[in-house]
Design a protein around this ligand. Sequence first.
Ligand SMILES: *Cc1c(COP(=O)(O)O)cnc(C)c1O
Length: 401
Amino acid sequence: MSSAIVPVYARADVAFERGEGVWLTATTGERYLDFGAGIAVNALGHAHPHLVAALTEQAGKLWHTSNLFQIPEGERLARRLANATFADLVFFANSGAEANEAAVKMARKRHAVDGHPERYRILTFEGAFHGRTLAMIAAGGQAKYLDGFGPKVDGFDQIPVTDIGAVEAAIGPGTAAIMIEPIQGEGGVRTIPAPFLRGLRQLCDARGLLLIYDEVQTGVGRTGKLFAYEHSGAVPDIMSIAKGIGGGFPMGACLATADAARGLTVGVHGTTFGGNPLAMAVGNAVLDEVLAEGFIERVARLGAFARQRLAELKDRHPDVVEEVRGEGLMIGLRVKLSPADFAAAARRRHLLTIPAGDNVVRLMPPLIISEGEFAEGVRRLDQACADIEAASPLVRKGAFA
Ligand SMILES: *Cc1c(COP(=O)(O)O)cnc(C)c1O
């Protein structure tokens, strides 16, 4: 029977009915090793006992009251996020795109309340991905997401990444902020060099701009730091997070310094669902685990282990794997065939991976994965590479290089 869902997704022909840790069980009973984690969402894997307990306990008490009332669990989560980061204040949303919308509105409003409403333009970067709302497809600037949706929302200027001269040249009297992913996710796990991020910080300070980091994908331990900005030491004024913070429960947040958030006063911005008791209970439970002694350090160690195993994989399959990149457990394999075809080959070996841009396949397992489980994933990648080599003499000869 045909699907009644709007067909905007190219779904693989598999459905899962349960999960445990890094493993998923399909409706057919087959087990899959999950190196995608729902696109870097299931930070603690599937059915983590602490998250299940937090959600079910909250579900039995109270689901939703709206932001017309106090939400103590939200106060607690905001305070914990602020204590763990550069931020003073947190706005809760329901998704990454919404967190980014809050970030952009916050930056624009800050300049407006300072008497500069003309400063509303945001500099963004080629290869960026910030979500699918009308403003965020303009921020991302990719033709394939903008095409057919009418006039591009005004106020976003795109520049090449890692060219600080181009950034400086693009700053005008109307510029409010610079917005960047410290590691581009959808763009293909492209790490933005730390000196470039520090250059952006200096430019923002010198020109009175706000620096916005989109850490929707890189945040919450994924890169071996609580947030990726810690790798560079170039601290943002505003930061959006989402994916990992809910561990699978839909939520997002926009973190900011008190100064950057100055324009967001009563009635200026809001959401019905954002920060509701269910989301806040789960967010706090995620932080219980991620902030626990040694958790992040373990992710960093595993990341180093993973990179080494994958470098060996690349050496064994030079006609399939071209490059290993990334940070922590946000890993990209640049492959010599379509990333979707590679992901399909891995899936036939019961390993889930996520295609991205720049010919990259992402490996982003739950952060709780063990070394043994990662090694099992590499074994399956080996098999998938062998399958690809066997199926295509062209690949074997390197003709796709
Ligand atoms: C996934 C993602 C988004 C969009 O998040 P949604 O929850 O899909 O709206 C924005 N920015 C980055 C960097 C992302 O990876």
